[in-house]
Design a protein around this ligand. Structure first.
Ligand code: FAD
Ligand code: NAI
Length: 469
């Protein structure tokens, strides 16, 4: 058996690699097991980073073709070199994953290459063991950070060429004539937008009666309308029951969600994006006695400890939003707990951002949730049409919406649809972490002309005193 570690983290995604680095910073001997050829997990290899690289490239193309002439910039004959666009994306991914490798070296985290399997739980007395490539490594603590995988749909067989998950949708070597996206959530709308901007006809088939369920209803409606204006077609309250890829095109069988007459829709590429599920295959967690919930997610307590002493879990493999920054926060907090400190994550203040154009960002509770919780609230809203900078940018679609407690004025939720919403939400995250009232934000001096003034004005609007509307 090799030398003992204090912590072995299994999985090097944003949860795992951040946990490993923080634990090493705190003086623990740390190893991180990764079976992929590169570090960084789903997020850096086939998720957040490559998708945002393509979002940016496709947005640049769309802007050049559609918006520049409004600025008096006349360009003609703009074409796409998709191979080059994909090569750029690969370069962005490569730089990011190598960055994690560098950080591991810098912090003396050992990368154990291969599939990790829990051979023995640490238990109260002895060391636990993790097997990687036939070698057993002893450790005081094991952290499960094995992430998630896309959920399959019966009758729709993924080949990653014509019927793809997000991974295949990031690798297409031609712009499909018609892309059908199954699932109007984060992946469907972001990657649907990428291919729409590059010229595909895009139809989103969504089981529910609205896109991105869970999003504030008013924002969701505006979002659907704005994406519709960009040419994305929606088939809401509809399900796909079969995909036949034996012909030149894929033939999808669609039915109303509640059942009814079937119809056929043809596609050149089908993107299956109906959610992701916890991934624990081959890990040996079940054999070690680690309890999971009804959705296969590892059960944890308030300190990310499983029911088996010495085994912990973070990130997509446990409950909560499947977001990289949520996994990272858990990674840091758990490492601090393992080092004897008091790690903490405030799950009430985790932003969610859809990186489409316009972006949609939200934090805290939606209006629907506040109603359900019986909380009396006040709404402050400010449209980007009334923001000077948004006008100068030619990006006036959308608004900032702040929800504050009617009695105390404390901010309970914030929802932004508009330019740079993902960056703007950080101010409201900070405010909420500090328990701020809408008046606190309204009294902060915001530089002019900036998009952030829309946040201030929405805060002013909570008490009906916005200046510019
Ligand atoms: P993962 O990143 O999934 O990492 C788990 C790692 O564990 C993998 O590398 C896997 O190979 C490894 N592993 C699994 N089992 C073993 C084993 N037994 N031995 C060794 N290694 C193992 N989130 C955002 O916040 N913002 C975004 O913009 C965003 N965009 C996304 C776009 C796409 C297309 C997708 C699919 C996801 C996106 N996400 C985004 C979600 C984000 O990627 C996840 O929330 C995040 O990666 C979860 O991190 P994690 O550390 O829990 O797991
Ligand atoms: P999702 O949960 O965001 O959306 C799935 C959608 O599919 C939902 O609207 C759901 O109602 C619908 N659906 C479910 N079953 C269906 C069916 N049979 N037919 C039609 N529609 C169906 O999941 P998605 O988009 O796959 O993404 C997975 C997760 O990855 C996200 O929830 C998010 O946590 C993460 N992610 C985050 C991103 C970001 O932060 N910007 C970007 C991409 C992914």
């Amino acid at each position: 058996m090799a030398d003992a570690f204090d912590v072995i983290v299994i999985g090097s995604g944003p949860g795992g690699y951040v946990c490993a680095i923080r634990a090493a910073q705190l003086g623990l001997r740390v190893a991180c097991v990764e079976k992929r050829a590169t570090l960084g997990g789903t997020c850096l290899n086939v998720g957040c980073i490559p998708s945002k690289a393509l979002m940016q490239s496709s947005e640049n193309f769309h802007e050049t073709v559609h918006s520049w002439k409004d600025h008096g910039i006349m360009v003609e004959g703009v074409t796409i070199d998709l191979a080059r666009m994909q090569a750029r994306k690969a370069g962005v991914v490569s730089a990011n994953v190598k960055g994690v490798e560098f950080l591991f070296k810098k912090n003396k985290v050992t990368w154990l290459k291969g599939e990790g399997r829990i051979a023995a739980a640490p238990g109260p007395e002895g060391l636990g063991r993790v097997t990687v490539g036939g070698t057993d490594y002893a450790t005081r603590h094991i952290v499960i950070a094995t992430g998630s995988e896309s959920i399959p749909l019966p009758g729709v067989a993924v080949d990653e060429k014509r019927i793809v998950t997000s991974t295949g949708a990031l690798e297409l070597d031609a712009v499909p004539k018609h892309m059908v996206v199954i699932g109007g959530g984060y992946i469907g709308l972001e990657l649907g937008s990428v291919w729409r901007r590059l010229g595909s006809e895009v139809t989103v088939v969504e089981f529910l009666d609205r896109v991105v369920p869970g999003m504030d209803g008013e924002v969701g409606k505006a979002f659907e309308r704005l994406l519709g204006k960009q040419g994305i077609k929606f088939r809401l309250s509809t399900k796909v029951t079969k995909a036949d890829s034996s012909g030149a095109r894929v033939a999808l069988t669609l039915e109303p969600a509640k059942g009814g007459a079937a119809e056929t829709l043809e596609a050149d590429v089908v993107l299956l994006a109906i959610g992701r599920r916890a991934y624990t295959e081959g890990l040996g967690a079940r054999e070690a006695g680690v309890a999971t919930d009804e959705r296969g997610r590892v059960r944890i307590d308030a300190h990310w400890a499983t029911n088996v002493p010495g085994i912990h879990a973070i990130g997509d493999v446990i409950a909560g939003p499947m977001l990289a920054h949520k996994a990272e926060e858990e990674g840091v907090a758990l490492a601090e707990c393992l080092a004897g400190q008091a790690g903490h994550v405030n799950y009430d203040v985790i932003p969610g951002v859809v990186y489409t154009w316009p972006e949609v960002a939200s934090i805290g509770r939606t209006e629907e949730q506040l109603k359900e919780d019986g909380v009396a609230y006040a709404v402050g809203k400010f449209p980007f049409t009334a923001n000077g900078r948004a006008r100068a940018m030619g990006a006036t679609d959308g608004f900032v919406k702040i929800l504050a407690d009617k009695a105390t004025d404390r901010i309970l939720g914030a929802h932004i649809i508009g330019p740079d919403a993902g960056t703007l939400i950080a101010e409201l995250a900070t405010a909420m972490e500090f328990g701020a009232s809408s008046e606190d934000v309204a009294r902060i001096c915001h530089a002019h002309p900036t998009l952030s003034e829309a946040v201030k004005e929405a805060a002013l609007a909570v008490e009906g005193r916005a200046i510019h509307i």
